[in-house]
Design a protein around this ligand. Structure first.
Ligand code: MN
Length: 556
């Protein structure tokens, strides 16, 4: 069927009223976000309590139905974070009555459950999630308990939890490897004991989509009393199936709560990712998934993703679905030409749907496969009308740059056009440079700059490294307060004598100006520069001077 672009961020109807064991609209899927709990279990992804609070606030903006805030028994820090989230985010109702459920994880023992309750009870909608493993391998080797013992513990602990809280999710850990009949039996018992949601975990991420869909459908068909609880699914990505398994569980199995994490972070290979599951439902829900939908405001996805990337320091691969840096970037000439004519030629959703705003509505990064037309259009959008005779010469420089530097950004284009079209003399250019650096813990740079009037100026400075000390010495001469926003290095050839391309982006302090391209809105403009050469330090200084010259020229 023809690909359709997603519609704007609206959902088919208002969010159904929250009742723990029942969803008034059968097509509505609850989203439980477990970034703060399972996500944080990613190796190296620990977040501070304050970061967790900030992220929980963002998850509420995103509109998740349930925030799995943590495991209060794990540590005092976890307890405090859950309590803080329950008190803060768990009490902020918006105009249409939405407030996220705040969930706390606990093992099936009274002490864990009571501790979890102490942390989460401040929320308007608290939930407890006692869990226990139900697979033979876990029961025998991890718990050292028989089926009968596990059944008894689950029943008693759900009953105890329910005496504290009216919203209880029971978690069947490793359910995907559990004996079917035993699973039906234990779920029946916990629902009788007061569980309002039952979680079916593919804890080790081994299920195939058809298998997992069937498991959930079987549970729905064979568990007495299942109509009195919501089925929740929790998928791990060990075989790369977490998103597919989650969708399939909703589509054929009748699962109505989906457990996901931002950017798919989580134990081992991670969990089903919120952005993938939600955008799959948004793009295809109405057409091929029987109208299933979520209450997520997708326009907050990118911001949330960036926040998680920063807090967890789990960097995204560029080609990550939905939120990767390349997810909406079109590079080949054929794709770009198509995109400029009609966006739906190569985009099934628009960048704005996830909160990625681009000036021209088409997010194109130019590269060596880009044609003259794409380059000319981009310049036009940036405010430069190239004359026909200029197009050819700029295009040649552009191609040369694209050969060396895979992706040519807007700042690079501006640098090109300044060089090609204006042929302006630099206000400051490099005369000479001497740096010392090494293991002694300090670096010095002495620099000679030549001014546009021909006069020479010398300064020296110490710094954290050779580049830092050189930049500081330049600042002493130029006498501007400059903020370095970006500094990056790439090499395009191999070997220790490789040509290095340095790129810097700078900004002048307190330099708000009205920008006609942005409808007269005030911005603080940024200026970039590129330097190239086999000497890393000289290349860095050239890049900085190029950016500085642009800034000074702009100020005139
Ligand atoms: Mn998990």
């Amino acid at each position: 069927m023809a690909a359709k672009t997603c519609t704007n961020g609206t959902r088919p109807g208002p969010r159904p009223e929250y009742i723990p064991d029942h969803i008034p609209d059968p097509s509505y899927l609850r989203i439980l976000d477990t970034t703060l709990r399972d996500g944080e279990q990613s190796p190296g992804a620990a977040m501070t309590a304050t970061q967790k609070l900030h992220l929980a606030r963002q998850l509420a903006k995103l509109g998740v139905d349930v925030i799995d805030a943590g495991f209060p028994s794990a540590s005092q820090e976890d307890f405090n974070a859950v309590k803080m989230i329950a008190q803060d985010v768990g009490n902020k109702c918006d105009a249409d009555g939405y407030v996220p459920v705040i969930n706390a994880l606990c093992r099936c023992n009274e002490r864990d459950i009571a501790t979890a309750w102490e942390a989460v009870k401040y929320a308007k909608r608290p939930r407890l999630l006692p869990f226990i493993a139900t697979s033979p391998i876990h029961m025998e080797h991890k718990l050292g308990k028989s089926k009968e013992e596990v059944l008894q513990i689950a029943r008693d602990m759900v009953k105890f939890a329910r005496s504290l809280c009216c919203d209880i999710q029971f978690g069947a850990e490793d359910a995907a490897r559990s004996d079917r009949e035993f699973l039906y039996q234990i779920l029946e018992e916990v629902i009788k004991a007061g569980a309002t949601t039952v979680g079916i975990g593919d804890t080790v991420g081994m299920a195939m989509p058809f298998e997992y869909g069937k498991l959930i459908a079987d549970i729905k068909a064979n568990t007495p009393g299942i109509e009195n609880a919501i089925i929740s699914v929790h998928c791990h990505n060990d075989l790369g199936h977490a998103t597919a398994n989650t969708i399939e569980a909703a589509r054929v199995g009748g699962a109505r709560q989906l457990e996901v994490t931002i950017n798919g972070i989580g134990e081992r290979a991670g969990n089903a990712s919120l952005e993938e599951v939600v955008m799959a439902l948004k793009c295809r829900g109405a057409h091929v998934l029987g109208g299933l939908y979520t209450g997520i405001n997708t326009r907050h996805i990118l911001k949330t993703s960036k926040m998680v990337e920063e807090y967890s320091a789990m960097y995204l691969q560029p080609h990550k679905a939905i939120v990767g840096a390349n997810a909406f970037v079109h590079e080949s000439g054929i794709h770009q030409a198509g995109m400029l004519k009609h966006r739906a030629t190569y985009e099934i959703m628009s960048p704005e749907d996830i909160g990625l705003e681009s000036s021209n509505g088409v997010n194109i990064v130019l590269g060596k496969l880009s044609g003259r037309q794409a380059m000319k259009n981009r310049f036009k959008e940036l405010g430069y009308e190239l004359k026909d005779d200029e197009v050819e010469s700029v295009f040649q420089s552009f191609k040369a740059m694209a050969e060396k530097k895979k992706r040519v950004t807007d700042d690079d284009l501006k640098a090109l056009v300044l060089g090609e079209v204006s042929h302006e003399k630099p206000i400051w250019k490099l005369g000479d440079l001497v740096v010392t650096c090494g293991t002694k813990g300090f670096s010095t740079a002495t620099i000679k700059l030549v001014s546009i009037d021909g006069s020479t100026h010398i300064a020296c400075s110490v710094g954290a490294g050779p580049v830092d000390s050189a930049y500081k010495a330049i600042n002493l001469i130029v006498k501007e307060i400059v903020k370095l926003l970006e500094y990056s290095l790439i090499t395009v050839t191999k070997g220790s004598d490789a040509v290095v391309t340095t790129r810097v982006v700078i900004q002048r302090e307190n330099n708000m100006v009205s920008n006609p391209i942005l409808n007269g809105n005030n911005i603080n403009p940024t200026f970039s520069g590129i330097g190239e050469g086999v000497d890393v330090i000289v290349s860095s200084v050239e890049a900085y001077l190029t950016a500085l010259n642009k800034m000074l020229r702009f100020m005139e």
